[in-house]
Write a protein that binds this ligand. Structure first.
Ligand code: ATP
Ligand code: MG
Length: 380
């Protein structure tokens, strides 16, 4: 947007301006998100006000510089920009660090898009992680469930064995005690079973490498829908919007069933709250280009082009739960364990995937970004 246009818009009387449509330059400058336009030589063509604050420099100083004056040449940002120019597609990176003598910005989400009208120009939008959180699109970080791993192992060893002893003893008592006391023995047995079931659920958090193969994600979704409709979600309306052209996911089928099942269970519980006359769950899949994630401890980044989403029309995630959504034992339901989403985060993390949550009253969506089978995987 040239400054001539901006000036012309300012000179127009209010009424005429409204008829002309919005003043895009003014909108861009008021936008509280850093927006940068780079020319084909990575010179700063336009920086809005938020971007000037973000970079700590005025537009006139930036106009004299190239991106390489601010960011070291080995920064992944340049790779991202090159890729946008090559593919002419929008690409995002979720956890980039911009580090130089002038800048120290860890955990930046960067989105880059080509400008079809100007070949070689790249539009860059940056947000620091806290801003992303404020926008309520949350990413479950990989370690969300790590703390449970050790505990799961201890529980499995130290609780399960004595528990089977207690259960066996209660069973024997059932046979020998007076009828009036039998009820107590049954109570002990049932409670032992309940603890065992809980420990079994926790065991999944253990650190075992996953067995992967090519998984047809639509079979997974349909399997879960059938399970749900023949059980806990019999009264709910399901809508399925699938992209049949999707390639297989590189993952573990049973674990992916568990993930989708946990999400659909939560969605069903949320959608059937009081007063919702049309509880509905929408299952969808599709391509979303431009999702990438860094592999911890390396500079490698993998593409996550496929998404799986579970949406409900319930009341939304309670405010107090949101910051801890993926932590174990966080629940708002009297009968909940708070393990469903912790397990989802753990499994998706093990798959090298990403979770995003978008929630507001009447619409909550969990979106999983998963890796697809690559030629290298197929060879294995
Ligand atoms: N789709 C949703 N809509 C609204 N709130 C949700 C949704 N999904 C999860 N939540 C909130 O997040 C909390 C944690 O979910 P999570 O699945 O981890 O545990 P839970 O469902 O309470 O118990 P569990 O799954 O172990 O039986 C829920 O108690 C609920 O408050
Ligand atoms: Mg749950």
């Amino acid at each position: 947007m040239s400054s001539v246009v901006a000036r012309a818009a300012r000179l127009l009387p209010g009424r005429q301006r409204a008829e002309r449509g919005p003043d895009f330059a003014a909108m861009l400058s008021a936008l509280p998100i850093p927006v940068i336009l780079l020319d084909p030589e990575n010179r700063f063509r336009h920086v809005n006000l938020a971007a000037q604050q973000f970079l700590g420099m005025s537009a006139s100083s930036l106009a004299q510089l190239r991106l390489s004056d601010l960011v070291p040449p080995d920064s992944p940002l340049f790779l991202l920009i090159d890729q946008v120019r090559q593919t002419e597609a929008t690409i995002a990176d979720h956890d980039m660090t911009l580090e130089s003598p002038r800048l120290h910005k860890p955990g930046i989400r960067v989105q880059c898009a080509p400008l079809p009208e100007e070949p070689g120009a790249v539009l860059m939008v940056m947000q620091d992680a806290s801003a992303v959180r404020a926008l309520d699109r949350q990413i479950a970080f990989r370690g969300a469930a790590r703390s449970v791993s050790g505990m799961a192992a201890i529980l499995a060893h130290e609780v399960k064995n004595p528990l089977s002893g207690i259960r066996g003893a209660a069973q024997l008592l059932e046979l020998s005690v007076a009828p009036a006391d039998r009820e107590l023995a049954v109570l002990i047995r049932d409670e032992a079973d309940r603890i065992r079931a809980l420990v079994d659920r926790m065991e999944v958090f253990g650190e075992k490498p996953i067995q992967r193969s090519a998984v047809n994600i639509h079979r997974v979704m349909e399997h879960v829908r059938k399970l749900a409709q023949s059980g806990f979600a019999a009264h709910l309306h399901f809508q399925e919007i699938y992209d049949p052209s999707l390639p297989p996911v590189w993952g573990n089928r049973d674990q992916l069933v568990q993930v989708v099942l946990n999400l659909v269970k939560n969605a069903a519980e949320a959608a059937t709250h009081d007063g919702n006359t049309h509880p509905e769950i929408v299952l969808s899949t599709g391509f979303q280009h431009g999702m990438r994630i860094a592999i911890p401890g390396s500079t490698t980044r993998v593409d996550l082009p496929l998404y799986v989403a579970v949406r409900d029309n319930g009341p939304g995630i309670p405010d107090d739960i949101r910051p801890h959504l993926f932590e174990p034992f966080v629940t708002s339901r009297p009968t909940g364990n708070g393990l469903g989403l912790a397990l989802v985060a753990k499994i998706v993390g093990d798959h090298g995937g990403l979770i995003e949550v978008d929630t507001r009253p009447g619409r909550t969506e969990f979106r999983l970004h998963l890796p697809v089978v690559t030629d290298e995987d197929a060879e294995q």
